[in-house]
Design a protein around this ligand. Structure first.
Ligand SMILES: [Zn+2]
Ligand SMILES: [Zn+2]
Length: 802
C-alpha cells in the first residue's frame, strides 16, 4: 500500500458513545471492528460512556460508526453517538487499536440490568467437554448478573460480590483477552475459581448425598423436587421456593407453609415448547420469554392443563418464565414438566437474600436449600409482564429491566438532579440525573421493616451512580407513607428541597413520560382508575378524570365517592364495599324491598348492620373514597367472589376479570352492559360516574340467576362504556380546545379486559390513547411520574426567578 496516499486520506475522529455501554462488552466489540476495518486508535470508558479516538480514511470512519451502532453487543443500549473530526498528521496515529484502562473519575454511565444466560454460555454449561460443564455460574459479557452483585460504582469486579473469588489462570486469560467474549466480564468464573453451589438442609444438619444418585448438588436438588420436596433455591437476586408443578399436595403444602393462600405462583419451564403444552403463546409472548430480560409472562392457560389446580386459584392465566441462569438450566434439564418458582419468603415479607437469614426464615417451609457462596448485594425480584391490547406491558419492573434508564421527554432540562420516593405499596424510587430517569427495581411494601432496609440500601447504591446528590426530593401528599417520611427525614438532614406530587397526577405523568409526551405538549385528559390515594382536596381518590400535564392537573370528574366502611378493613373485606354501595345508591330499605330474595341480602343481614349504619351516619372510620378499585371489590363481592376476605391486594378484581365470559364480551349487545349515568354533583357541579343503574341491573341479573361470567362481562363492558362516555363529554366540553390525547393509568388498568375495552372504545371515538408499557400502571410506576412532576415544578420555579 502507498503510505503517502494513505496519510493524505487519514482523519482523526473523537467518537463519543453514550448510553448503557459499560460492562456490556462494548469496547471489545469496538476493538474487533477496528481491527477488522483497519481503524487505529483507542477506546476507553469514562464518566460519560465510551470515548473512542479513531484514525482512518473518512469513508472507513463512516462505516466504522455505522458498524458500531449496528453490531453493538446485545446488552448495550446506545443513546447517542457524537463525532468530532479533527485534522491530523499520519505520524500521530498509533500503530494499532487498543483498549485503554478505564478513567476512574465519574460514574454517570449506566449499569446494565441482570441478563439471562446467553445461548453460548448455556451450550458451554451443557457441553461435557467444556471446562465449564455443569458450572452453575457460567456467564460472559453478554449475560449474567450485574445489578444483583454490585456494591458500588464503578462497576468493576472489585466492587461486586465477585471480589472474594480470585480468577484462576484460565479465567484470567479470558478476562484479559479483548477477542474473548469474557473480556472484562466482571463475574467471570469457573469450577476452579468461582462460587460453588451446594445442597444443604435448612435445619443445619448435613445432607447425606450418598442415598441419591446424582451428577452434583444441583442435580440432587432436582431429584428432591421430583420426589415431592419443596426446595429453596438461591438465584441471582434472591431465593425461590421450588416444587413440582404437577404435585397437587406439594403445591398445597407450599401455600399453607408460605401463608400465601391465593396469589398465583410463578412457574419455570425448560423451554417454550413445554410452556405451549399448558398455555397459548403468541409470537410476541415467545419473544418476551426468550429475551435477555427473561421476565415472567402472564399467559392464557389451556383448560385442564394437567398441572396442580392450586397454582393460580381463581385465574385463567399462568405466569411462566424460562431458566435464566445456568443453575436453572441444569436444574430443569430433566424435568418433563414445569417447576413452581415462587419468591422465597413468608407472606408479604421480601425475598430472602442472605444464607443464614434464609435458612432461619425458610426452615419452616422447606427442608432443603440449594445455596451458593456469592452474596446477593441487591434484592431483585422477577419481573412480571403481560401482552395486553397488542403490547407487552411490564406489571412488575425488576430483574432484567431495572436499572435501564428511561429518557426524559422533550422539553425537560437536562441539568437537574432529584429523587422521587414513590408510594407505599409496590414501591419503586426514581433517580433523575441529566437527560434520563432511572427507576429502581420493585422494592415492595415499605411497611415491612426488611423492605424498608432494602429500600434505604438501594437508594444509597443508586445515588452512587451520580456525581451530584439530589437537590430535591419529591413526595406523595400522604403523610403516613413510609416513603414520604423517609424522604422528609432525608430532606431535613441534608437540607434538600421538598416537592410534592399528588398520587393520581403522578400516575398520569408517568404515563405521559413513557410515551414521550413533551413538557409543552399541552393538556391531555388523564383517566386514573386506581385503588386509593390522597387527593388534592384531602379526600381519598381512586377514580378521577384529570385535565392537565406535568405541571398541574384539574379534576374534571370522578367515580362516585362511597364510604370506605371500616377504613383499612374495607380493603381486606370486599363485602363492606358492597354494603356501603347499596346503602349509598339505593338505601338499605329499597334494597330489602326489591331484592330480599337474594342470597346476598341474607348474607349482609348477618353482618352487624346497626354498628355499620352508625359508622355511616356519623362518618366515623368511613371516609368517602372515589375508588375504582373498591367499586370492583363491591361488585365482585355482590356476585359472591372473594366476598368475605381477600388475601392479597386487588384479588377480587383479578378474579372478577378471570371470570369474564369472552363470548359475551365480544358478541353481546352493548345494551345489556351494566349502565352508569353521568350526573353532576350538587356541590362542585362536577360530573361523576353514578353506579345506581349498574347496581339495579346487576342485582336484577342475580335474581334471574344469570351466570356469573356473563355478569362479569356485562360489568366490565358497562364500566368501559361509561369511562369512554365520560371521556368524550369531558374532552369536548370546551369546543375551542378539544383534547385529543387520553392517558390511561392507575392500578385498575392492569385489568386486561378493562384496558382493552376502554382503549378500543376511545380509539373508535377518534381519540389517541396513551397507555403504559415499560413502567407499571400501578404504584410501581408512581415514582417516575413524581420525578417528572418535580422536574416540571423546578423548571417553572427557575424560569420564574430569571
Ligand atoms: Zn453468556
Ligand atoms: Zn476460573
Amino acid at each position: 500500500m502507498n503510505a503517502i496516499a494513505d496519510a493524505v486520506a487519514y482523519r482523526r475522529e473523537r467518537i463519543r458513545v453514550r448510553g448503557t455501554v459499560q460492562g456490556v462488552g462494548f469496547r471489545p466489540t469496538v476493538w474487533c471492528l477496528a481491527r477488522e476495518m483497519g481503524v487505529r486508535g483507542h477506546a476507553r470508558n469514562d464518566g460519560d460512556g465510551v470515548l473512542i479516538d479513531a484514525w482512518a480514511a473518512p469513508h472507513i470512519l463512516d462505516a466504522f460508526v455505522q458498524r458500531i451502532e449496528r453490531d453493538a453487543p446485545p446488552l448495550a443500549r446506545i443513546r447517542s453517538v457524537e463525532r468530532s473530526p479533527e485534522t491530523t498528521e499520519d505520524e500521530d496515529a498509533p500503530a494499532s487499536f487498543t483498549i485503554d484502562a478505564s478513567a476512574s473519575s465519574g460514574s454517570r454511565t449506566d449499569i446494565a440490568a441482570d441478563a439471562a444466560s446467553c445461548p453460548a454460555c448455556v451450550a458451554e454449561t451443557m457441553d461435557p467437554f467444556s471446562r465449564r460443564y455443569r458450572y452453575p455460574f457460567t456467564n460472559c459479557t453478554h449475560c449474567g448478573p450485574r445489578l444483583s452483585i454490585i456494591r458500588e460504582v464503578p462497576y468493576d469486579r472489585a466492587t461486586t460480590s465477585m471480589a472474594e473469588f480470585s480468577l484462576c489462570a484460565d479465567c484470567a486469560e479470558e478476562y484479559a483477552d479483548p477477542a474473548d467474549r469474557r473480556f472484562h466480564a466482571q463475574p467471570v468464573a469457573c469450577h476452579a475459581c468461582g462460587p460453588r453451589a451446594r445442597l444443604v438442609r435448612t435445619d443445619g444438619h448435613v445432607v447425606c448425598l450418598d442415598t441419591l444418585t446424582q451428577l452434583d448438588d444441583v442435580d440432587a436438588a432436582g431429584n428432591l423436587i421430583l420426589k415431592g420436596e419443596i426446595v429453596a433455591i438461591k438465584g441471582i437476586g434472591g431465593y425461590h421456593l421450588a416444587c413440582d408443578a404437577r404435585n397437587e399436595s406439594t403445591v398445597a403444602r407450599l401455600r399453607e407453609r408460605k401463608r400465601r393462600y391465593d396469589k398465583p405462583f410463578a412457574l419455570m419451564a425448560t423451554n417454550v415448547e413445554m410452556i405451549e403444552r399448558y398455555c397459548e403463546v403468541s409470537a410476541q409472548e415467545r419473544a418476551a420469554l426468550e429475551s435477555p430480560e427473561a421476565p415472567i409472562v402472564v399467559l392464557k392457560a389451556r383448560a385442564d392443563c394437567g398441572l396442580a389446580s392450586g397454582l393460580a386459584p381463581g385465574q385463567r392465566t399462568l405466569g411462566f418464565m424460562l431458566p435464566y441462569t445456568p443453575m436453572h438450566h441444569m436444574l430443569l434439564k430433566r424435568f418433563k414438566a414445569p417447576v413452581v418458582m415462587t419468591s422465597g419468603n413468608v407472606s408479604d415479607e421480601p425475598q430472602c437474600t442472605h444464607n443464614d437469614e434464609a435458612m432461619r426464615r425458610l426452615n419452616p417451609i422447606c427442608d432443603f436449600a440449594l445455596v451458593h457462596d456469592r452474596d446477593i448485594e441487591n434484592r431483585v425480584d422477577d419481573s412480571v409482564t403481560r401482552v395486553v391490547d397488542g403490547e407487552l406491558r411490564v406489571l412488575r419492573r425488576a430483574r432484567g429491566y431495572a436499572p435501564a434508564p428511561i429518557d426524559l421527554p422533550p422539553g425537560f432540562a437536562c441539568n437537574q438532579s432529584l429523587l422521587a420516593m414513590g408510594g407505599d405499596l409496590k414501591n419503586t424510587f426514581c433517580v433523575v440525573d441529566g437527560p434520563r430517569a432511572i427507576l429502581s427495581q420493585h422494592m415492595g411494601d415499605l411497611h415491612e421493616a426488611t423492605t424498608l432496609d432494602a429500600y434505604q440500601r438501594s437508594l444509597k447504591l443508586y445515588e452512587g451512580l451520580f456525581e451530584h446528590a439530589p437537590s430535591h426530593v419529591v413526595l406523595d401528599h400522604h403523610p403516613e407513607y413510609m416513603s414520604t417520611k423517609t424522604g422528609l427525614e432525608r430532606a431535613e438532614r441534608e437540607g434538600l428541597g421538598v416537592l410534592r406530587a399528588q398520587h393520581h397526577h403522578a400516575h398520569i405523568a408517568a404515563c405521559l413520560g413513557e410515551n414521550g409526551w413533551p413538557l409543552d405538549g399541552g393538556p391531555v385528559l388523564g383517566v386514573a382508575m386506581d385503588g386509593l390515594g390522597l387527593g388534592a382536596d384531602g379526600a381519598l381518590w381512586g377514580g378521577e378524570f384529570l385535565l392537565g400535564d406535568y405541571r398541574s392537573v384539574e379534576c374534571l370528574g370522578s367515580v362516585k365517592s362511597v364510604a370506605l366502611l371500616g377504613g383499612e378493613q374495607a380493603m381486606h373485606e370486599p363485602w363492606r364495599n358492597t354494603y356501603a354501595h347499596i346503602v349509598a345508591q339505593m338505601g338499605w330499605g329499597a334494597f330489602r324491598m326489591n331484592f330480599n330474595e337474594l342470597e346476598l341480602h341474607a348474607y349482609l343481614e348477618g353482618k352487624p348492620l346497626a354498628a355499620l349504619n352508625a359508622m355511616l351516619a356519623k362518618g366515623t372510620n368511613a371516609p368517602p373514597a372515589s375508588s375504582c378499585g373498591r367499586l370492583f371489590d363491591a361488585v365482585a363481592a355482590a356476585m359472591g367472589i372473594c366476598r368475605e376476605r381477600v388475601s392479597y391486594e386487588g384479588q377480587a378484581a383479578v378474579e372478577l376479570e378471570a371470570l369474564v365470559d369472552e363470548h359475551c364480551l365480544a358478541h353481546e349487545t352493548d345494551q345489556l352492559a351494566y349502565p352508569f349515568t353521568l350526573p353532576r354533583e350538587g356541590g362542585t357541579g362536577l360530573p361523576y360516574l353514578e353506579p345506581l343503574a349498574m347496581w339495579n341491573a346487576l342485582l336484577g341479573d342475580l335474581i334471574l340467576k344469570t351466570p356469573v361470567p356473563i355478569m362479569a362481562a356485562r360489568f366490565h363492558k358497562g364500566l368501559a362504556k361509561a369511562i369512554a362516555h365520560a371521556v368524550r363529554v369531558l374532552a369536548t366540553r370546551d369546543e375551542e380546545r378539544v383534547v385529543h390525547h387520553i392517558a390511561l393509568s392507575g392500578g385498575v388498568f392492569q385489568n386486561a379486559v378493562l384496558l382493552e375495552q376502554v382503549s378500543t372504545r376511545l380509539r373508535a371515538q377518534g381519540f389517541i390513547v396513551l397507555t403504559h408499557r415499560q413502567v407499571p400502571s400501578n404504584d410501581g410506576g408512581l415514582s417516575f411520574g413524581q420525578a417528572l412532576i418535580g422536574l416540571a415544578q423546578l423548571q417553572q420555579q427557575r424560569q420564574g426567578e430569571q
